[in-house]
Ligand binder design. Sequence first.
Ligand code: MN
Length: 212
Amino acid sequence: MARQPQRELAEYRRRRDFDRTAEPAGGRTRARRRRSREQPRFVVQKHDATALHYDFRLEADGVLKSWAVPKGLSTDPRDKRLAMPTEDHPLDYVDFEGLIGAGEYGAGPVIVWDRGTYRNLTEHDHEPVDVADAIERGHVKFWLDGEKVTGGYALTRVNRRGSGGRQGWILVKLKDEAADARRDPVSTQPASVISDRTIEQVAAEQVEAEES
Ligand code: MN
């Protein structure tokens, strides 16, 4: 059955007042849906809200399927990174960067920490599985082609609940030529891939703009 992006974005919209936040409302999801031969995109947004985290989003079914990863992506296959599912986001959130104002949902600065395209690698009984179906089943494997992060990763739902009773997932780097236990891009490459700003600069620039 075809899923309906507009319905999937209901939770996203319910949490936000688009007169007050600079975040996209995603009003024309269907019109903005990209041609199927284009590679689907992913983004990792560093977001300093109640707690610092990295929002990992995969384009699937006309929306961005989303998880909050407190420690961000590792390039070491031995690391298991907790990833808590969050509401689907509109496709045009993929390049959102800025400050979500005080009092708004998710208040705090956001930068695009990494972005690129991905290839779905998920199989079941040696048959390819659609990404959205794989997410519903609780296991998805993909190859990322980002600026900081590349190679295979797997996201798997696990028996662990976070705040709000949502079931946790674990994000791991697969063992392939892009795996590198010596790299740690979360700490050595902190800046935005679209503006080269750090999250601290985004927070400070917005405050300066409001004061002037
Ligand atoms: Mn977030």
